[in-house]
Ligand binder design. Structure first.
Ligand code: GLC
Length: 619
């Protein structure tokens, strides 16, 4: 089929969805029809402008590679351009390094032009049509995306669409009083209105940026600023905001971006009296963005960054039947926080109960499973606003907070509390994987047994996220076991504490045990059909509060993961596994082969896991 025919077929498929979804959001506005016509004109124009090599990628992904982001050979790496490789050309030179790890997806942070000065690590964008000048030009970005694609690495960037920098031209015009652009943001001249909103809102940065509004004398108004004062929340009730963001997304998709990480996804829509997170109109907006991308650039995926309570995350992947798709990908922040909880307590009960309570994700979507990223480990994921039985209370969070700050006797961690606005509000913990998992402390103390234990912990966590279901993500420097960067505020005392875990990648760092374990895991994972993201994950009861267990199972077989979260050996009682419906029919009595060692286990005879051991067993 020619590209033209493809587009005609897609138009037929998506025209109705796009119109209906947008009508639900904006249909009450007087000039809705002409606005909608404009949206379609923008989409078709973008298709017209789409370079031939990307149209070809669209064609391949529409016809034979629909599941490209679900396959077990997907492995993500996340890095700041400058801290990883200097600039875009440097990233190209690092491709062999990424290939050695088995990486097939590269999320580059802070790519678009941020405001000068403080910019929240690049999350305050001044111009979406140009790149951070430190890294090169837009042409250099396109060059890099092409080279990455030729090496089978999908480029991903942040799409910061909840807010712009206050230095963005829209914000400047708004501040100067232009009513058209004032309506792009939330301006309130009445303090009572602000107070009413604020009463129901949470605080994302209670210590460094308390409150959700900032007063600007020039405008004699308060502006909605969920994050820092220089990040102005966009007003999606205004359809022109949506239209501008669509234009930007299409422009960047045509520059070779394959995955958009939708920054702060949960906050898009605001309603007085709510906490303005996860609102149904936010989901509608995502459905609209998704349908538009499916029409204009079907090779592209959307990835939700919704760092919210566990019960809310699955919805960002759309409804279970896949009838109202939203993002193809979403961070599994609940798994991430629960893994750190389990590692500290040695007990997996909360993690199992929480994961077991989540609705299944739609089959044609995928989690991003990860341990660390450029943000804190947020403890909020372990709480629940509707009082689920698994939810952590404040005492639990205090213990975690103290544990990861190294404040209790049995702690191996070297982290720091983040946004600890008061001694009883435990927001999150900063620190690199190696520092939180005990490698920093063990190395400093020179204790070989402790070093060994820390490495075991790291490999345990990776084996879980490499098999749980979804694209595992390595955050820059983890593969080298980088420790916290204690000099992060040396040149800039106002930097927030998340810079503790944003160390630059050294040129001369030798690759050690973590790097080779990761390479081995990625190679093995690739060959495992049962680790495809469309094979359901079922968390099961191992009968042991220290052993996390789940299966990946379909007609072709059973993949069983058993992970011991204690530093001492643990036994599995075979009777418990036999209770599990998912193993019963598959035959708990049959032999399971451990994939890393080829050892054969008969589960009916029981099994002992070594300290922090994680087994991948297959019938
Ligand atoms: C996201 C980013 C975080 C940033 C925030 C505001 O959560 O990951 O680093 O501070 O959005 O843009």
């Amino acid at each position: 089929m020619s590209n033209k025919n493809n587009v005609a077929a897609r138009l037929k498929e998506y025209e109705g969805v796009i119109s209906d979804t947008l009508r639900d959001i904006y249909g009450h506005l007087p000039d809705f029809d002409s606005w909608l016509a404009d949206i379609f004109a923008i989409i078709l124009d973008a298709v017209d402008q789409r370079p031939a090599y990307l149209l070809e990628l669209d064609r391949v992904r529409e016809t034979q590679d629909q599941d490209w982001f679900l396959r077990p050979d997907m492995l993500a790496y996340m890095a700041y351009v400058d801290r990883f490789a200097g600039n875009f050309r440097g990233v190209e030179r690092k491709i062999p390094y990424l290939k050695d790890l088995g990486v097939s997806y590269l999320h580059l942070l802070s790519v678009l032009k941020p405001r000068a000065g403080h910019n929240d690590g690049g999350f305050a964008i001044e111009d979406y049509y140009s790149v951070n000048p430190k890294y090169g030009t837009m042409d250099d970005l396109v060059h890099m995306t092409r080279i990455l694609q030729r090496n089978n690495i999908s480029p991903c960037i942040d799409f910061v669409f909840n807010h712009t920098a206050m230095d963005h031209q829209w914000a400047r015009k708004a501040l100067a009083g232009d009513p058209y652009y004032r309506d792009f943001y939330y301006f309130f001249s009445d303090e009572n209105t602000v107070r009413d909103y604020e009463a129901a809102l949470a605080q994302v940065l209670p210590e460094t940026s308390p409150g959700n509004f900032t007063y600007f004398e020039q405008a004699k108004s308060w502006v909605w600023t969920t994050f820092y004062y220089y990040q102005w929340d966009l007003n999606y009730r205004n359809p022109n905001v949506f239209r501008e963001m669509v234009k930007i997304m299409l422009f960047l998709a045509n520059r070779g971006i394959e995955v958009f990480r939708l920054d702060a996804t949960a906050y898009l829509w605001k309603e007085k009296g709510t906490n303005c997170q996860n609102l149904s109109k936010t989901h509608k907006l995502l459905q609209a963005f998704r349908a538009i991308m499916s029409l204009a650039a079907p090779a592209v995926c959307l990835k939700a960054e919704a760092i919210v309570g566990a019960r809310y995350i699955t919805k960002y992947l759309g409804d279970p039947a896949g009838e109202r798709p939203e993002c193809q990908l979403s961070y599994h922040n609940a798994l991430m926080a629960a893994l750190w909880d389990s590692l500290a307590t040695g007990n997996i009960t909360r993690m199992s109960a929480m994961l077991g309570s989540l609705p299944p994700k739609p089959l044609a979507t995928s989690w991003i499973t990860y341990l660390r990223c450029h943000d804190e480990v947020g403890w909020g994921a372990l709480t629940d606003d509707r009082g689920a039985p698994w939810a952590a209370g404040n005492d639990d969070l205090k213990k975690l907070n103290d544990f990861y700050e190294g404040k209790c006797d049995n702690s191996f961690a070297r982290g720091q509390a983040f946004q600890l606005s008061s001694r009883d509000a435990f927001h999150g913990t900063n620190g690199t994987l190696a520092s939180l998992a005990g490698l920093e402390k063990a190395m400093e103390e020179g204790n070989q047994d402790d070093i060994d234990m820390a490495l075991r912990r790291i490999i345990l966590l990776y084996r879980v996220i490499f098999s749980f279901g979804g694209i595992p993500l390595i955050y820059m420097g983890e593969e080298l076991g980088l420790f916290n960067d204690y000099g992060y505020d040396k040149d800039d005392p106002v930097r927030d504490d998340r810079w503790l875990h944003r160390p630059a990648l050294p040129d001369d760092m030798s690759r050690g045990r973590i790097f080779s374990a990761l390479g081995e895991m990625a190679r093995l994972r690739k060959t495992q059909k049962l680790l495809h993201a469309n094979v359901p994950t079922v968390v099961i009861d191992s009968g042991n509060a220290h052993i996390f267990a789940f299966t990946r199972r379909n007609d072709e077989g059973i993949f069983l993961v058993l992970a011991n979260f204690l530093p001492v050996p643990q036994d599995i009682d075979p009777a418990c596994l036999k209770q599990e419906a998912c193993l019963k029919q598959g035959g708990c009595d049959r032999s399971f082969v451990e994939q890393f060692t080829d050892r054969v286990h008969n589960l009916s005879q029981g099994l002992t896991l070594l300290p922090y051991e994680c087994l991948w067993l297959k019938v």
